[in-house]
Design a protein around this ligand. Structure first.
Ligand code: ATP
Ligand code: MG
Length: 286
């Protein structure tokens, strides 16, 4: 009998068992394990379930002792410290923005992102991105500060993204932008800043890919195992005129939950985001 034939006789976890282990945060690889009979399978399931429940409880105990903050908060803090050390200035801007600022970003009727906006009354909406606010601040701070200078914001963004394993309706964006370095340094600087963020987030394997975006034209994406964690762009850009920006810039937008997913190997973003089912990545129905 070949090993393939032998495997064909072996059995897998039941759908309910797989689902339970996935929720508890099992490594996706263990879900593919094969067993010679139901008794062996059920015993292995019980062992894995007990171990995951134990480590989940341990994590919750640590959290209760106040030894650390949830992953999302920790990541926000370490990124904020690293960028501040690198000379960037943190800013905090409104979550509610005017529809006009989306228009100035080129997000108009017919634009795919337009369909994902949570609208409020009076032509205002929950921000789907940080770029419009940062464009405004760059222009206003340019009157006070000598260039080059950099600013960043870390905070919630909202999109009616089709629910999937890597999209949340509310997620946390880090957007950093540096104004006023010579254009010819842009690409290298973009790589340096991507590397700083990825290193700080604890994600060592990633690649850069040049793509085309509706909003920014030519863009560079940062991918981890093929999954996008960041989109970055370079100015001068056609939209700059809408914002009164004339100098070159480099800007990068990262999703913090995507970075946590990549670092922790989570198959589902829900575990990394704002949630009532998970606390600090631990499923509560342990
Ligand atoms: P995707 O193609 O994966 O939907 P995007 O290209 O529309 O993402 P961008 O506008 O480039 O997203 O936003 C910058 C970053 O914000 C993304 O690289 C991603 O890390 C994060 N992000 C965007 N939308 C979501 C979402 N719905 N949930 C979680 N993170 C998101
Ligand atoms: Mg993108």
């Amino acid at each position: 009998m070949t090993s393939d034939e032998a495997d064909a006789l072996r059995i897998r976890l039941t759908a309910t068992q797989s689902q339970r282990l996935r929720e508890l945060g099992a490594d996706p690889l263990v879900l593919d394990e094969l067993f010679s009979d139901a008794a062996e399978r059920d015993a292995a399931f019980k062992r894995m379930e007990n171990e995951l429940v134990r480590s989940g409880r341990e994590r919750l105990r640590e959290l209760r002792k106040g030894r650390r903050a949830p992953q999302l908060v920790e990541l926000e803090r370490t990124l904020s410290d690293a960028l501040t050390d690198a000379g960037f200035v943190r800013v905090v801007t409104p979550l509610i923005i005017a529809s006009d600022s989306l228009r100035k970003m080129g997000v108009e009727h017919g634009h795919p992102l337009r369909e994902q906006v949570f609208w409020l009354e009076d032509g205002r909406c929950l921000r789907p991105m940080l770029a419009p606010n940062l464009y405004t601040l760059l222009r206003r701070l340019d009157r006070h500060w000598t260039k080059p200078f950099g600013i960043f914001e870390i905070g919630p963004c909202f999109r009616r993204d089709s629910k999937g394993a890597s999209h949340l309706n509310e997620f946390t964006m880090l957007n950093l932008v540096e104004l006023g370095r010579p254009t010819e340094e842009g690409r290298v600087r973009l790589g340096e800043l991507a590397s700083l963020v990825m290193r700080t987030a604890g994600v060592t394997h990633y690649e850069l890919e040049v793509t085309h975006s509706e909003v920014y034209g030519e863009m560079v994406d940062v991918l981890v195992d093929g999954a996008e964690v960041c989109s970055a762009g370079l100015g001068p850009h056609p939209l700059d005129g809408n914002w009164g920006i004339v100098d070159p810039w480099v800007g990068l937008g990262f999703g913090l939950e995507r970075l946590i997913m990549a670092r922790e190997g989570y198959p589902n973003i829900e575990r990394a985001g704002r949630s009532l089912s998970y606390v600090d990545g631990v499923r509560l129905n342990l």
